[in-house]
Design a binder for this molecule. Structure first.
Ligand code: 5GP
Length: 179
């Protein structure tokens, strides 16, 4: 069923059941890959809040969690390339295994900005997990991006944490913009 948010129309794209199945697979892989370590998981707010929560609930390893808040779209449907840091990361990560959990990697600009900052703090390892990736929009490869939920085209999506003008984050399914 179509959906209207702040004047735009969206149609169903990725169903909640498919998201849950993918989350399950990724959480199993993370549990295996980080076995024997206590990673620090960094959630990038706001968009990753549901994905982050669903992933961490399914991990069967001990982990620490913390958050940072970055914004690049500022309410539109195109990446602005300007990043605003609303909540600064203050966790001590030197010598720790760090996993960044993102909602979506589009141009990769936000990922590069954050990973560069984290690298300077000298973690033992640094990887990224993103629910969605738009390969055709990526400006340069993100080496640390080792876990991806779904690769999608250059469509604008909302739901399961992702917004359009702050609306739609609470939707269980992911929708894409029509037209
Ligand atoms: P990038 O810096 O990779 O271009 O963009 C990353 C950020 O842009 C994401 O964290 C997200 O906030 C926003 N973004 C990119 N693509 C989409 C999209 O299709 N839908 C929504 N709602 N946000 C997006």
């Amino acid at each position: 069923m179509e959906l209207r948010l702040a004047g735009l129309t969206f149609e169903p794209f990725i169903a909640a059941a498919d998201i849950a199945a993918r989350v399950d697979t990724i959480a199993r892989k993370l549990s295996a890959d980080y076995k024997g370590t206590v990673p620090v998981l960094i959630g990038v707010l706001n968009g990753s809040f549901l994905f982050f929560a669903d992933i961490v609930k399914q991990l069967d390893i001990p982990c620490e969690i913390t958050f940072t808040k970055l914004a690049s779209y500022h309410g539109g449907t195109q990446s602005t390339m300007k990043i605003r840091e609303d909540i600064e990361l203050n966790a001590a990560i030197q010598g720790r295994d760090v996993l960044v959990i993102e909602d979506i990697v589009d141009t990769g600009n936000t990922a590069h900005y954050l990973l560069e900052k984290l690298r300077l703090k000298q973690p033992a390892s640094l990887k990224m997990c993103s629910l969605l990736l738009k390969p055709a929009a990526l400006l340069k490869p993100v080496e640390e991006l080792k876990y991806v939920g779904f690769e999608i085209g250059n469509e604008f999506v909302v739901g399961y944490g992702l917004d359009y003008q702050e609306l739609g984050r609470n939707l269980k399914d992911i929708y894409k913009k029509v037209g």
